[in-house]
Design a binder for this molecule. Structure first.
Ligand code: ZN
Length: 280
C-alpha cells in the first residue's frame, strides 16, 4: 500500500493511493497515518478495504508529510562510502547518529526556505524508514519486522551551521522546511529489497545525486537494530539513512541552493518530491 496525507498543513486527511494514482480518503478507518495506525494489524485491516469504495480526494490537493505526529526524526551521517569521501570524512566504525527537529518536517512538494544568515544550504536525497512496531534491544534479524515502510526524505543541511557553529550537527539540520518527507509511505511488503533502490536528486534540471542504497555502509536492518540498543523506537519515528554522493558541498567548486532554485528528487517505487527554494 501507498499511504499519504492530503490537505492543508495541519489538516491533512489520511489517504490510500488507488491503482490509478488517485488518493482515497481513509478518514473513516484511521485517524491519521501515525502511531498505532502503522502496525501490522492496522495495515491488515486497511488491505481488506476495496479502494474503489473509498471517497476520492482531489488529485491536485496538497500532499502533506506522509507520517503525522513524528516522535523522533533520527538521521544517520556518512552512511555511504562515496559520500564520506566527498565530505572529506572517514567512514565511521559505528553508525553516526544525529537528530533533526521534528518542526523541520514538511510535505514533499512544499517550499524549502533558506534560513536567515545561511550561505551554504545543501540537499541530500535519502531513504526514510518509518517505524511501525516498538523496538528495544532488537537483533538485525528481527529489525525489518519493526519497519512499517519507506519514504523519500530530503535531509536539507546548512553546512556552515552544521560544521562551523559549534556543538552538534543539529543546528545545521533543523531549520523549518529542512525535512520534506513523502509523498507516500510505501508499506514494507512492497519494497522487496531496501538495499537495492536507485535514488537521484536534481537541482534546476541538473542531476547531482545519482546513487543507490546498494552502496549504503550500514544497512537498514543494522541501523534499526543499532539505534534500538541506545533508545527505544516507537511507531511513527522516522529514520533517514544517509545520502549518496553528489551533495553541493562535494562539488568543485562547492555549490549551494539559492532563492528561486528548484529540486526534484526520488527513489524507485517511493515517489518523487519537487521543491521550490524561497527566502525565509
Ligand atoms: Zn543526511
Amino acid at each position: 500500500m501507498k499511504l499519504l496525507r492530503v490537505g492543508p498543513a495541519g489538516q491533512e486527511k489520511p489517504a490510500l493511493l488507488d491503482a490509478s494514482g488517485m488518493p482515497r480518503d481513509l478518514s473513516a478507518h484511521i485517524d491519521d497515518v501515525s502511531g498505532d495506525a502503522l502496525s501490522d494489524e492496522s495495515f491488515a485491516r486497511l488491505r481488506q478495504l476495496d479502494p474503489e469504495s473509498l471517497p476520492t480526494l482531489p488529485s491536485d490537493a496538497r500532499i502533506g508529510p506522509c507520517v503525522g505526529h513524528v516522535g523522533k526524526f533520527i538521521c544517520i551521517g556518512l552512511n555511504y562510502a562515496d559520500h564520506a569521501a566527498e565530505a572529506g570524512m572517514a567512514l565511521p566504525e559505528e553508525p553516526v547518529i544525529f537528530f533533526k527537529a521534528t518542526s523541520a518536517i514538511v510535505g514533499p512538494n512544499d517550499d524549502v526556505e533558506i534560513p536567515r544568515g545561511s550561505v551554504k544550504t545543501d540537499w541530500e536525497v535519502e531513504l526514510g524508514v518509518v517505524i511501525g512496531k516498538p523496538a528495544k534491544y532488537i537483533s538485525e534479524a528481527e529489525a525489518l519486522d519493526h519497519v512499517a515502510g519507506y519514504c523519500v526524505v530530503n535531509d536539507l543541511s546548512e553546512r556552515d551551521f552544521q560544521l562551523h557553529r559549534s556543538g552538534q550537527w543539529v543546528k545545521g539540520k533543523s531549520a523549518d522546511t529542512f525535512g520534506p518527507i513523502g509523498p507516500w509511505l510505501v508499506t514494507r511488503d512492497e519494497v522487496t529489497d531496501p538495499q537495492d533502490l536507485p535514488m537521484y536528486l536534481e537541482v534546476n534540471g541538473t542531476r547531482f545525486q545519482d546513487g543507490s542504497t546498494r552502496t549504503m555502509h550500514f544497512s537498514v536492518a543494522t541501523v534499526v537494530s543499532h539505534l534500538s540498543q541506545f533508545m527505544s523506537l516507537q511507531p511513527g519515528d522516522v529514520i533517514s539513512t544517509g545520502t549518496p554522493p553528489g551533495v553541493g558541498m562535494g562539488q568543485k567548486p562547492e555549490q549551494y541552493l539559492q532563492t528561486g532554485d528548484s529540486m526534484v528528487l526520488g527513489i524507485r517505487g517511493l515517489g518523487v518530491q519537487r521543491q521550490r527554494v524561497v527566502a525565509s
